[in-house]
Ligand binder design. Sequence first.
Ligand code: ZN
Length: 136
Amino acid sequence: MKTWYREIAFSTSRRSEVVDLTQQVMSATRESGIRNGILVLQLPHATAALAMNEGEEGLKQDILEKLDDLIPVRGRYQHDRIDTNAHAHLKSVLLGSSVVLPVVDGSIVRGTWQNILVVEQDGPRKRRLALFLMGE
Ligand code: ZN
């Protein structure tokens, strides 16, 4: 059994936005040479999150607006006594920051409308997504 690790570096350009990394993750997975195994995606950040869903522009906006409805940018947050981004941490807690996916015959097993999306909530920033593959 082989293991393989890579990070995909990217930048976000707004306070909140949804970045679609599906193509980069698929390319990297192909380049790994591992055709059957487990892919772990880990976003090593506390104010952004990972989601697997449709990369359609309207839905991306809906995700951001609904998150703002649930957790407004300004609120009575304890964390804002030392920082100004409590809302971003809370949204990240809600969505999570890692995903485990099967890789079968060289392809990531996912639904047609399950793109790999990073949900930025404290941008613009430099970000990275860690990929760890285990298999053969
Ligand atoms: Zn903070």
